[in-house]
Design a protein. Structure first.
Length: 141
């Protein structure tokens, strides 16, 4: 099996453009790695986000910042160099060293489309259906 077929996908896509937090909660049970991608649409601003971080929780109710994943504290949120194209920041997380639930918080600095996705990998069991892979459809060939 191809490694890319042994992943689960989760995503958060806001229904409107704005500056409100875009959040994605990820249940990592059974998965040892999460590759989080935060995408920002093309916009004149060179500020990618005013806040970007990952939090963790044992019970999906009370969250605390995850060490190493707080923008402005643990890493510098990069500036956007090409404002005419979409900008992407990737955060790779060893989930076996974190609590079960992760919450990604991205706060756009300006009113712009922002999307958060995650690919869970290194799972105990490979998904065999679209639903198990976090999709409504899965085409293999």
């Amino acid at each position: 099996m191809l490694h890319s077929q042994m992943e689960k996908v989760v995503a958060s896509v806001p229904t409107s453009v704005g500056t409100s937090d875009v959040t994605l909660v990820i249940d990592t049970l059974g998965w040892d790695h999460a590759s989080v991608t935060v995408l920002r649409a093309a916009n004149a601003s060179t500020v990618f986000a005013s806040a970007l971080k990952i939090q963790q929780s044992d019970d999906n109710s009370s969250y605390a910042d995850a060490s190493g994943f707080v923008g402005g504290t643990d890493f510098t949120i990069p500036a956007v160099s090409d404002t005419s194209s979409a900008a992407v920041v990737k955060l790779d997380v060893n989930t076996s060293a974190k609590k079960r639930y992760l919450k990604v918080l991205a706060t756009p600095a300006v009113s712009v489309n922002t999307i958060v996705t995650a690919r869970l990998s290194r799972g105990e069991n490979a998904p065999s259906t679209a639903s198990e892979a976090g999709c409504i459809g899965w085409v293999k060939g």
